[in-house]
Design a protein around this ligand. Structure first.
Ligand SMILES: [Zn+2]
Ligand SMILES: [Zn+2]
Length: 773
């Protein structure tokens, strides 16, 4: 660290003192069997947040957001175990985002030794057919994932009578994972779950946990559709003392803004930590990066004359069986391994307690997940947490504002259960699970009927008047009660809906080397992500697209090991379909509404990974595609004639200024709403035919939209402030990947004017300062 301080690579260092545990006695009202079980697993007293969660759970839905390794699972396990011991027939449903986490939790439940009262079972895609009927009848804690609930359990609720007619508790662990497209779908699945439970006469309590996010209560309410969710966020567990370091690789070319690679810096740092006897974990985004870094660290140790230490470094890959994972985790906690290097995709699945050091290489996408990774550092009461910055805009933004990075409130998890396509998909599934009627707006909200009518128009539902009614006052005065039933009762709509994709219209991605189905991509994005020759990243692994088969709607890919990546060149236009909201701010007219985005992918560029140099441009012949989504757009006054000439953006660079402003705004949008810049699209034009003005559009990249741009519309001023700081703080001369260049620009970053964008944003923010409040 000292040398880093000397040459300014260490941009910020901070120390946090250790915090003492706040302990409370387990309440005496807890069922005696549960109290005995706590003793068996060696828990004498509870952390204060665990006791508070137990109390809150008796009152209503609750979300717990305490830190990494703070004993969060006990917060929902205690109330659940209590209920299961009190009521022999009661059932609980646990939802996990990954199979591995469900397995860890089943193990934790079994460890309580309440074999008579608690019978957990995992029900997912891997559960043998022969075991399924038994689980449905006997298990009283069913651990599954949202996908299985959606496609396997809810549509077959009649086979799950035992579960639904006794459902007392629903646990949703790691709820922050359910955001964006996935979260919007899970919100639909959970509304269907509450409706089916009600059909069987139960009204379970919902207990959620989440990593620290800006809006835990809002997330819980949007996910479940419930109101008055209680928040437990005062962490009573002991926190270790922690030293935090933000590390920026040195510049190699100031004008171009290039820096030494974060990988090389991280390799040196890790090798040093290992030599000093530390146990460390290192997080990286891509699997390829993980393999490369493992190799570099081993080399570093070998050449420094420590081949025996090089043996103690292991990459931690996806695709391990739970047994292999546990073996690796065990070797690490016992000190038989010194360092594991892993992708952030595995961050959730790791059960290693705490280590001496946690090193995060390049920004993992959200401050929330960076803090979670850092939370791994703290063995024996102290730890070192390091962030090695990459060259992307957000990485460098944080290096220039490190203080704010440490104090900045974490991002909000955004989802929109009423995103039109997603909402329609779940209403259709619900109608197959049982006729929809007006009373179901209790679960689906006041706009349910309007959406159901659209499904009638689309030929998927049929309105039917149920004669005689239920006599409970909801008939329409003619003795009938209107319901919606499937037009094609024999179909199975849940099977057509993937929870990972905003639109049912999708392309399959097949690995030709194994025949395995890797996943799906939204049809609206297929041309730009899986065109012929594209390098496609899936779970941290690279694939090359061999053939995009438009007729069969599939992309054939093969594992890829080359040293280039691809960037599509696109022609995009937007048409405003519906204005939903408008305000004047910062001297511009800001609008939010629905737009249709039309796009043609014309070609793609191949670029070298090492230095981003262009290799070639390959033409493509693809038809035009279009989709509807949500967007915000800002219109500028084209002729600010009353301003002094030197503050005016010269007309010839106006487009470059708009374009660079758009890129900077998109780059910092993830600071407000948890999303990836790949989830957002943009378009800038000197003159939009509909607005008649220079206009910047920022649109949700998913058909229908999932609420990202709605949040950006509401917090537009912050977006502009962050964008200006991103640009103003960068030392490059004409724009670089750390400020206004975008790795996904459809115009291949042409034209861009960094100076123009700076001027434009400064003028907007000055207008705000001048305006009366
Ligand atoms: Zn720059
Ligand atoms: Zn662009």
């Amino acid at each position: 660290m000292d040398e880093g301080r000397a040459d300014a690579r260490l941009v910020r260092e901070a120390r946090f003192g250790p915090g003492r545990a706040r302990l409370m006695d387990a309440p005496a009202e807890l069922h005696p069997e549960v109290l005995a079980a706590l003793e068996r697993v060696g828990i004498e007293r509870l952390y204060s947040h665990q006791a508070q969660a137990l109390h809150a759970a008796t009152e209503g839905p609750t979300i717990v957001t305490t830190g990494t390794a703070s004993g969060k699972s006990l917060c929902f396990n205690l109330p659940t175990l209590h209920i299961l011991c009190e009521q022999a027939r009661a059932r609980a449903l646990y939802l996990y985002p990954t199979k591995a986490l469900a397995q860890d939790q089943a193990r934790a439940l079994n460890a309580f030794g309440l074999t008579k009262q608690v019978r957990p079972a995992i029900y997912d895609g891997d559960t043998p057919r022969a075991a399924r009927a038994d689980i449905r009848r006997k298990a009283n804690v069913v651990l599954t994932n949202p996908d299985m609930l959606h496609v396997g359990i809810l549509p077959n609720h009649a086979a799950w009578t035992e579960l639904f007619s006794n459902l007392a508790v629903v646990v949703i662990d790691e709820a922050h994972v359910y955001r964006g497209v996935f979260g919007s779908h899970v919100a639909g699945v959970l509304r269907r779950l509450r409706r089916i439970a009600a059909l069987y006469g139960t009204n379970p309590i919902f207990l959620l946990t989440s990593a620290t996010i800006a809006n835990p209560v809002e997330l819980a309410e949007r996910l479940t559709g419930l109101k008055d969710v209680r928040l437990i966020d005062a962490d009573g567990s002991p926190t270790p003392g922690r030293r935090i370091a933000i590390w920026n690789p040195p510049l190699t070319d100031e004008a171009l803004g290039t820096r030494r690679s974060a990988l090389a810096e991280a390799a040196e740092l890790l090798a040093r930590l290992v030599r000093e006897g530390a146990r460390a974990i290192c997080f990286m985004k891509s699997r390829k990066g993980v393999e490369l870094l493992s190799r570099l660290v081993k080399q570093e140790l070998d050449t420094a004359g420590h081949p025996q230490l090089a043996e103690l470094i292991a990459p931690y890959r996806a695709g391990y069986t739970p047994q292999q994972r546990r073996e690796l985790e065990g070797r690490l906690t016992r000190g038989e391994l010194r360092a594991v290097i892993t992708t952030d995709a595995l961050e959730l699945g790791i059960d290693i307690g705490e280590l001496d050091a946690a090193v995060v290489v390049t920004f993992p996408g959200t401050v929330a997940s960076l803090r979670q990774m850092w939370g791994r550092a703290g063995r024996r009461g102290r730890g070192l947490a390091v962030y090695v910055a990459g060259e992307d805009a957000l990485d460098q933004f944080f290096c220039r504002h490190p203080d704010e990075f440490l104090d900045r409130p974490v991002e909000a998890a955004i989802l929109d259960h009423e995103s039109p396509l997603i909402f329609a998909a779940h209403l259709l599934c619900a109608a197959h699970e049982g006729p929809l009627d007006r009373a179901d707006s209790e679960f689906f909200g006041p706009r349910m009927q309007a959406h159901a009518e659209l499904l009638v128009t689309a030929g998927r539902l049929r309105a039917r008047v149920a004669r005689g009614g239920r006599g409970d006052g909801d008939d329409d005065g003619t003795g009938g009660r209107e319901t919606y039933v499937p037009r094609h009762p024999g179909s199975y709509p849940a099977a057509e809906v993937s929870l990972r994709s905003a639109s049912p219209d999708s392309f399959a991605i097949l690995d030709v080397s194994t025949g395995e189905l890797l996943g799906q991509t939204e049809a609206a994005r297929a041309h730009s992500t899986v065109h012929d020759g594209a390098i496609y990243l899936h779970q941290g692994r690279s694939y090359e697209v061999r053939d995009l088969d438009l007729r069969h709607r599939r992309a054939l890919v093969a594992p890829f090991d080359g040293d280039w990546y691809t960037q599509p060149k696109r022609e995009t236009s937007t048409a405003i379909e519906r204005l939903l909201d408008r305000r004047t701010t910062l001297g511009v007219t800001l609008s939010f509404g629905e737009v249709s985005v039309t796009e043609t992918v014309l070609a793609y560029q191949r670029r070298r990974l090492s230095d981003h140099a262009q290799i070639d441009l390959v033409a493509l012949d693809l038809p035009e595609t279009s989709f509807s989504t949500q967007a915000l757009w800002l219109e500028l006054d084209p002729e600010p004639t009353d301003e002094p000439a030197e503050t005016m953006v010269p007309l010839q660079s106006l487009l470059g200024a708009l374009h660079a402003t758009e890129h900077a705004q998109i780059a910092v949008l993830p600071l407000i709403a948890m999303c990836d810049r790949w989830d957002i699209g943009g378009l800038s034009t000197n003159l939009h035919p509909q607005t008649g003005h220079p206009t910047i559009f920022i649109y949700d990249g998913h058909p229908g939209g999932i609420g990202i741009t709605r949040t950006a519309f509401a917090r537009f001023e912050e977006l502009c402030e962050d964008a200006l700081r991103l640009i103003a703080g960068c030392r490059c001369t004409d724009g670089c990947p750390s400020c206004v260049q975008s790795p996904k620009c459809g115009n291949l970053n042409e034209p861009l004017s960094k100076a123009g964008a700076r001027l434009l944003l400064e003028r907007m923010l000055a207008a705000a300062a001048a305006a009366p409040l």
